[in-house]
Write a protein that binds this ligand. Structure first.
Ligand SMILES: Cc1cc2nc3c(=O)[nH]c(=O)nc-3n(C[C@H](O)[C@H](O)[C@H](O)COP(=O)(O)O)c2cc1C
Length: 386
């Protein structure tokens, strides 16, 4: 993933990079509230899911590291925090160090984090995931980073819609229909545990080449049964997960879906299918689409530059009518503000820039000229305001 490292200098953004040049429109401000179902979020600067690969005991429980990581960003002014890829089964982990919600013991390990993030004024939800053929890859304690962890070192047999490997990863086993039904139930169970842990919304990870997007994409799904074939068949797994999760979470709780709007490969998943999918999901209780790209097939060329995924969020928003978030090299306050003003997204997500600066929202408020009392300062930090 290419990245532009910078301070908060807006020169390139003012030159028109990272948002369309059609001037300021009257979209919402970065610090405007947003209400989705029963959840009101204090601003539109959100933390995207970022896997920390740090459940070092390999029991799927978040640790004091996760507590510090999430609570410090809530104190830093983020309106909403999406907890990282959280596995619905042990073999749904990306790596042995991923967090999970596949058993009841994991609920309490999340509870203290969620409680203090919420106390700091941010909304917190969780991204539920099954890694499918991109599972059993390495983390720092296991080694084998970017490769398959062997069985004898704690790796596992991966599964997928079809027995097609992702690049040099091990070949997955094709899922039987009963196994697909069981994974749908595991998403439902994990969503129930997320509610018990205090999370305020659920995000389904249907992006980046993990199991749900393996079903969506014709390059990884060659099934000829009801879970393959046309868009309706390839979407069935996701739609059934959405229905089953919606069935166990309160009506007031938002349901998000993260998609890859394109896999950047000929003959694969594309923005047109993404819009069709979003339109289908709208009728299945999904409230917001988190628009990313890529990760489904290896060795593709991605035209990475500031705000490079914003045209996709814009398109999904306009054509599906659902609220969307934009993500991907949004690093500067005026760039972020412009995306919202132009109605290209309803909220922006700040990922890597937030890894180097947990106080990104407070710094942005200062850069944009907000008074301290209008910025999301914890009261304890007001005397240190920018
Ligand atoms: C360390 C790291 C871990 C990530 N883990 C996840 C993840 O768990 N789920 C996900 O959907 N995206 C994940 N991503 C992608 C980010 O959510 C985000 O889409 C990406 O970093 C682009 O945004 P940025 O340019 O603001 O960083 C991860 C990115 C990073 C840097």
């Amino acid at each position: 993933m290419a990245e532009e490292r910078d301070d908060m200098d807006d020169a390139t953004v003012e030159a028109g990079i990272g948002g369309r040049k059609h001037g300021a429109k009257n979209g919402p401000g970065l610090f405007d509230e947003m209400t989705i179902r029963g959840l009101t979020v204090r601003n539109r600067i959100w933390l995207p899911p970022m896997d920390m690969y740090s459940s070092l005991a390999r029991d799927g429980k978040p640790t004091p590291f996760h507590y510090q990581h999430y609570v410090s960003r809530a104190l830093g002014g983020f309106g909403l925090i999406i907890a990282e890829s959280t596995a619905v089964t042990p073999d749904g982990r990306i790596s042995p160090c991923d967090v999970g919600l596949w058993n009841d013991d994991q609920i309490a390990a999340w509870q203290w984090i969620v409680r203090d993030v919420r106390d700091a004024g941010a909304a917190m939800g969780v991204q539920l995931n099954h890694a499918g053929r991109k599972g059993s890859t390495g983390c720092v304690p296991t080694g084998h980073i970017g490769a398959t962890v062997p069985f004898e070192e704690g790796g596992w047999q991966t599964v997928a819609p079809s027995p097609i490997a992702y690049g040099h990863y091990a070949e997955p086993r094709q899922l039987a229909v009963e196994e697909i039904h069981s994974i749908i139930d595991r998403f439902r169970d994990a969503a129930g545990r997320a509610v018990a842990a205090g999370f305020q919304f659920i995000e389904l990870h249907a992006a980046h080449g993990y199991l749900i997007s393996q079903f969506l994409d014709p390059l990884s799904n060659r099934r000829e049964d009801e879970y393959g074939g046309d868009l309706e068949g390839r979407s069935r797994f996701l739609v059934q997960i959405a229905d089953s999760v919606r069935g166990v979470i309160p009506d007031s709780m938002p349901l998000f879906v993260r998609v890859s709007a394109t896999d950047w490969a000929a003959g694969g998943w594309d923005p047109g299918q993404t819009v069709q999918l979003a339109t289908i999901l709208k009728d299945h209780g999904v409230d917001l689409i988190d628009v990313s790209t890529g990760g489904i097939v290896p060795d593709v060329t991605v035209p990475v530059k500031p705000g490079y995924q914003v045209p996709f969020s814009d398109r999904v928003r306009r054509r599906s009518g659902l609220p969307v978030t934009a993500v991907g090299l949004i690093t500067k306050p005026k760039q972020a503000r412009r995306i919202l003003r132009n109605h290209e997204a309803d909220a922006v997500e700040i990922g890597r820039a937030a890894l180097r600066d947990p106080f990104w929202p407070l710094r942005a408020a200062h850069k944009l000229g907000l008074e301290t009392q209008d910025a999301p300062y914890p009261y304890q930090y007001v005397r240190g305001a920018f």
